[in-house]
Design a protein around this ligand. Structure first.
Ligand SMILES: [Zn+2]
Length: 423
């Protein structure tokens, strides 16, 4: 009887295990292995259809309504025959064109001819030809903790900067901040990045922008003697490591938490700023994100201080120079009195210009870096020369005048499936 019970339990367990294996974080056939067990690997699971066909079910971290940013990243072992991989987005649609990273080389887009979209983009079929090495395939470049640590090592060598851990994420990862404090009474510029994990194109912008502020041979020294900067490049380390589409590890959108500060990541920034024991105040806030196009959401029209069009002037002053390198963008006045979004929180609390710096998912990476450096350099110039008249670019011949657009409020947004992505 005991033996029978033991065997019954064994078969029950074995059956359960086999059914989980059908749909798991690793799939192996006699030709290839696919897995997601690495930084940024995400919530996807896989299913073996046949030895040369594996389906990847691309899933968000939560069933709650979530931004349509279907993040996927998988590792493929070497294989000697052609194989077919299928991305199945369920109710979501394909957004990110797949990129591949071969060992010892950078990220490249896959060949368009090897990719077939079906079912209105809800399924994507990708052919892979024999490969002699493991390869990573991902929605966007895998820019995770290691990448940031490499950058931090360089930042720590910069003579103007100090670093500090200002808090810890839900999974206990440090929230790392950098700041210059040549003179603690100087006003400062506040910069945050990566509240939303898949928004990788924005990383090229924040890096270029910050590097220019602290590394311009002619301007940085003077600039940092009059202004400080405070920046947190990676606000959502858990979301990035886990390959989430939107949230932190508590399944909360960090950029909707700036009213209550329930999440440790947002609270760490608020707490640090609230505890500054000197007279310096932020004078400008910039929050880096990514979306379908290059756009700056600005809220300086509401300002009651002396520089009501600071952002608009800065961006318009830079437009011609940016258009010369092919970086085209739009500007949208965007303000609500709700503090949930960081841009509104800093704008409302400090009465300062605040901006969401949105970078197109598909913008050429070198162009993102160049444009962010141009913007940073022009920002320095404007801040160091406040008496200079801002050139009215709209009056230049052949230049498209800027247009003030209606205030952008949450209530005016279209339904979630069709609306532009939220910042
Ligand atoms: Zn975002």
């Amino acid at each position: 009887m005991r033996v029978f019970l033991f065997l019954s339990l064994f078969f029950v367990c074995d059956y359960t295990f086999a059914s989980i294996k059908q749909d798991s974080q690793k799939c192996t056939t006699d030709l290839v292995t696919i897995d997601f067990n690495f930084s940024g690997g995400g919530n996807s699971v896989c299913e073996v259809i046949s030895s040369d066909h594996i389906k990847i079910l691309v899933k968000p971290e939560s069933k709650d309504s979530i931004n349509p940013s279907p993040w996927y990243a998988f590792r493929k072992s070497k294989h000697i025959k052609k194989i077919l991989l299928e991305l199945d987005y369920g109710e979501y649609e394909h957004r990110y064109f797949p990129k591949i990273k071969k060992i010892n080389s950078g990220w490249e887009r896959l060949n368009k001819s090897d990719i077939l979209l079906k079912n209105d983009g809800k399924n994507v079929f990708i052919n892979f030809y024999p490969s002699k090495e493991d390869q990573y395939i991902s929605s966007q470049e895998l820019i995770t903790e290691d990448w940031y640590e490499d950058w931090y090592k360089i930042l720590k060598k910069n003579k103007f900067l100090k670093s500090k851990i200002i808090g810890y994420s839900v999974q206990n990862r440090p929230i790392k901040a950098f700041f210059s404090n040549e003179n603690i009474n100087n006003p400062f510029i506040l910069i945050l990045g990566r509240q939303h994990p898949p928004e990788v194109s924005s990383v090229f912008a924040i890096k270029g922008f910050v590097n220019e502020l602290i590394g311009n041979i002619n301007l940085s020294e003077k600039f940092l003697s009059k202004y400080n900067i405070f920046f947190v490049p990676l606000m959502n380390p858990d979301g990035v490591e886990n390959g989430f589409w939107r949230y932190n590890y508590n399944k909360k959108d960090l950029n909707r938490d700036w009213d209550n500060f329930f999440q440790p990541e947002t609270y760490s920034v608020k707490n640090f700023l609230d505890n500054l024991k000197n007279r310096n105040q932020p004078i400008l806030y910039i929050d880096f994100h990514s979306t379908y196009k290059n756009i700056f959401y600005i809220s300086d029209a509401q300002l009651t201080n002396s520089q009501p069009s600071f952002l608009l002037n800065w961006l318009e002053k830079s437009r011609l120079e940016l258009s010369k390198i092919g970086y085209n963008f739009s500007i949208k006045e965007s303000y609500t009195n709700s503090n949930k979004i960081s841009k509104n929180y800093f704008h409302n609390k400090y009465n300062i210009p605040s901006m969401t710096y949105e970078v197109s998912d598909t913008e050429e990476r070198s162009k993102i870096t160049k444009s962010s450096k141009i913007l940073a350099r022009n920002l320095i110039t404007i801040l160091l020369n406040p008496e200079d008249k801002i050139i009215d670019m709209a009056e230049r011949k052949g230049f498209e005048p800027s247009r003030r657009l209606p205030v952008y409020t949450l209530s005016k947004r279209a339904p979630s499936t069709t609306r532009p992505p939220l910042h």
